[in-house]
Design a protein. Structure first.
Length: 253
């Protein structure tokens, strides 16, 4: 059970969506112990431990496995924050940043807005159940004592690239509208010499950006749903990808 506890605890440490920063540590430990006990009941763990070094090695291995799976979930929400940061940079709101206690970094307005929309969608579609179910299945696909990182570096880069592109897809329509607003404002300023672009342009960009964001919010929510529904395939896909690579290597050599 101790190795199950290591993997689950490391997973919750790597992702802050279920337990945000500030959650009592005692509650995290108790929840991890309870979940570990529920999962370990149905597991058959046969690990030969000959010395203290083997005990430490398996503990570190399971911790790395949990951190890797937590990282795969975290980059999903980082793609949403990246989309908000790109929108803020084009709207001129990048300087209006606040301290985000959850990530312990500075976050802009639209970045926080899109992130919290993603959190609401996450719990509304019961994605936390999907994550817990995937954690349970991870012990069946990758038994305790095996590493999740071996042969998976290419797959992790592939997932990172896909989430990066999804973040770009969320931000690109609003970015195009704001760039067109800049272009139209520049054309008008060349036609009307007395127009002060600095005074008119910035409020106009903010107004257009907010209105277009509100009008495209249903499409953004649908995109976020598609991203979150893929979490199960992403977590378990990493493990399955390892099985495929191991089978291929065994066949070749």
């Amino acid at each position: 059970m101790i190795y199950v506890f290591f993997r689950i605890t490391a997973f919750f440490l790597a992702t802050s969506i279920i337990f945000p920063n500030g959650t009592p540590k005692l509650f995290k430990i108790c929840f991890s112990l309870l979940l570990s006990a529920m999962i370990a009941i149905n597991l058959e763990i046969n690990i030969p431990i000959e010395n203290f070094y083997e005990l430490i090695r398996y503990g570190v291995l399971e911790t790395v496995n949990g951190l890797t799976m937590g990282y795969m979930v975290t980059i999903c929400f980082y793609s949403l924050k990246m989309a908000g940061k790109l929108i803020d940079g084009q709207m001129g709101l990048s300087m209006a940043s606040t301290y985000d206690a959850n990530t312990q970094s500075q976050a802009t307005i639209m970045e926080n807005l899109i992130y919290f929309v993603g959190v609401v969608v996450f719990f509304s579609i019961n994605a936390h159940y999907i994550i817990i179910n995937s954690m349970q299945n991870s012990f069946k696909i990758i038994p305790i004592g095996y590493s999740i990182i071996d042969y998976n570096f290419t797959y992790i880069l592939k997932v990172f690239t896909e989430y990066f592109m999804m973040g770009i897809k969320i931000a690109i329509p609003i970015l195009v509208v704001l760039i067109l607003t800049d272009l139209i404002t520049g054309i008008i300023s060349r036609s009307i010499s007395g127009l002060n672009v600095m005074i008119v342009g910035m409020p106009l960009k903010m107004l257009v950006g907010i209105l277009f964001f509100m009008s495209s919010l249903p499409f953004i929510v649908n995109t976020i749903k598609d991203i979150l529904k893929q979490l199960k395939n992403v977590i378990e896909g990493t493990l399955v990808y390892q099985d495929i690579m191991i089978a291929l290597i065994n066949r070749l050599f």
